[in-house]
Design a protein around this ligand. Structure first.
Ligand SMILES: [Zn+2]
Length: 313
């Protein structure tokens, strides 16, 4: 065990529903990788999209994690409490002329092939009824993934000026996730393969924010206890997605069933199998904490399969 590991990982669910088997796999993988590396594991609730939220889901998610022995190390971060911080970043982006208002509709962008071409960049549009796009100068289109190896993203997509605040005034995922990974000084992100491509945007955005013009905004917001004076993007590892027999991704949108928190052992065992950890059959009969202890001791990121596997339900 390495004392004082600088490893900081996190699990960041959105409270749009209860945890299902797919989200359990993600939570478990990020937890085990953090613990195996003697790191800190955090939970962040991405509750900045109220229309999509399910009442009581945040509390239920936390209850589920605890029932599965996935205990977090610091206070829960609620993105709904971070809005001043996000707003300060946007103000600074405007000050440095790194973003602009855009009034293009989804239909207009679709009509030109689906990739935004910077139409509103020099129009100086009014802020009313406008989204905010970042001027994407960095355009990172590849990176090395801990599980999937070298990832090459579509170049046109990587060049696109992406939205950081939506037309309806809500902060976009890309902004909030990068801002909070900086805020929580995250070093490792283990999450699902559905975010494989957006990672290049996040890496570009990281690099943009590493400009010294943003330091006062980022550093003053950070919790002093784990402040880091040089901005470094986390490393990423993307685990395969659990899909149904019919080939659909398990997701809240597809109404994937919530996992049973009264009897966590079978799902925990199945999740370890899915992650290629080959748990011995006797493990099924142990209690949750004993299973977790075994899983930490035997965790091997290299054993996680690259490809999607079918979850038989
Ligand atoms: Zn536009």
């Amino acid at each position: 065990m390495r004392p004082q590991s600088t490893y900081r990982g996190r699990f960041a669910p959105s409270p749009s529903g209860y945890l299902h088997f797919g989200s359990l796999i993600t939570a478990l993988a990020s937890f085990l990788d953090a613990k195996k590396n003697n790191g800190t594991w955090l939970v962040r609730l991405e509750d900045i999209d109220p229309p999509r939220e399910k009442k009581g889901a945040s509390a239920h998610i936390l209850k589920t994690l605890a029932a599965f022995g996935l205990h977090w190390d610091e206070n829960i971060l609620y993105q709904s409490k971070q809005t001043d911080y996000y707003q300060h970043i946007i103000e600074q982006l405007f000050k440095e002329q790194y973003c602009y208002y855009c009034q293009c509709t989804r239909a207009q962008i679709k009509a030109i092939g689906g990739i935004y071409q910077g139409h509103c960049r020099h129009l100086n549009l009014d802020k009313n009824h406008s989204a905010i796009r970042v001027i994407n100068q960095i355009q990172i289109d590849q990176y090395s993934d801990l599980i999937q190896g070298k990832i090459q993203c579509d170049k046109a997509l990587a060049r696109e000026d992406f939205i950081i605040r939506r037309k309806d005034g809500l902060f976009a995922y890309q902004l909030a996730v990068v801002a909070d990974d900086i805020y929580q000084n995250i070093s490792h992100v283990i999450r699902g393969c559905d975010l494989l491509e957006p990672t290049t945007r996040q890496l570009s955005f990281y690099q943009l924010l590493s400009d010294k013009a943003f330091r006062h905004v980022l550093w003053s917001a950070q919790d002093e206890s784990h402040v880091s004076k040089h901005l470094q993007a986390p490393v990423f590892g993307h685990i395969p997605l659990a899909i149904t027999e019919q080939g659909y991704k398990l997701s809240k949108q597809n109404k994937a069933p919530a996992i049973d928190i009264q009897k966590p052992q079978p799902a925990l065992f199945a999740a370890l199998q899915f992650l290629g950890q080959q748990p011995p059959i006797d493990l099924k009969h142990l209690n949750v904490d004993e299973i977790i202890q075994w899983a930490i001791a035997h965790w091997q990121l290299e054993s996680v399969p690259k490809k999607q596997e079918i979850q038989l339900t």
